[in-house]
Design a protein around this ligand. Sequence first.
Ligand SMILES: [Zn+2]
Length: 224
Amino acid sequence: MRVSNVFLLDGGPGDRFLIDTGHVLERPLLLAGLRASGLSPRELTGVLLTHCHSDHAGNAAYLRRTFGVPIIAHRRDAAILEGFEAAPSLVSRTGDPFARLFCAIENRTRTRVVVDRALEGGESIAGLEVHHVPGHTRGSILFRHVATASLLSGDALLAAVPPLTIVQRMCLPHPDYAISLDDALASLRAFLAKDLPFENLLAGHGRPILGGARARASELLCAA
Ligand SMILES: [Zn+2]
């Protein structure tokens, strides 16, 4: 969509998952996208959230409430989404005026939704491996789609330079939006150290990067 990406993993009836839901302001685009793919939201098996931020989880409560779609997220972000834990405030460290504005908006408009299934990391759902990579948020997840060697990364690894998505290229997490940039980078390093193949990056922001994604991510981390 315009701000955040939503991916549909369609394995047929009973096996249709959205990865993230976009910001509430992008709901018309989300619904139009689903219509274009020939699906009603009622046909979704579940929503898998990469993390709790409102530009990714913003339509989860709507999909659950209106169409009964179950919501799946990591346990650490589920506690925030359900309101049992306060979300850590985002603090702009770089002084970037856009980032400062977006941090203020996120701090004031937290997404709330009931999570039907909480993940720990290590699970496999619909051909996706679940990898817990805390840092951007406490419960950030990478999903590796084994069959297509693709990594669905949310904001743990980006395909556009934040906070806007005008410049499209692979980027490490933005320091202004991470609870801990050190943890986010350590999580990415630990994930790459598992030596699991992936060629394509389907990030939460920016166009898909098809081919060479793992090598590029390693280069970026080496230089960080
Ligand atoms: Zn985020």
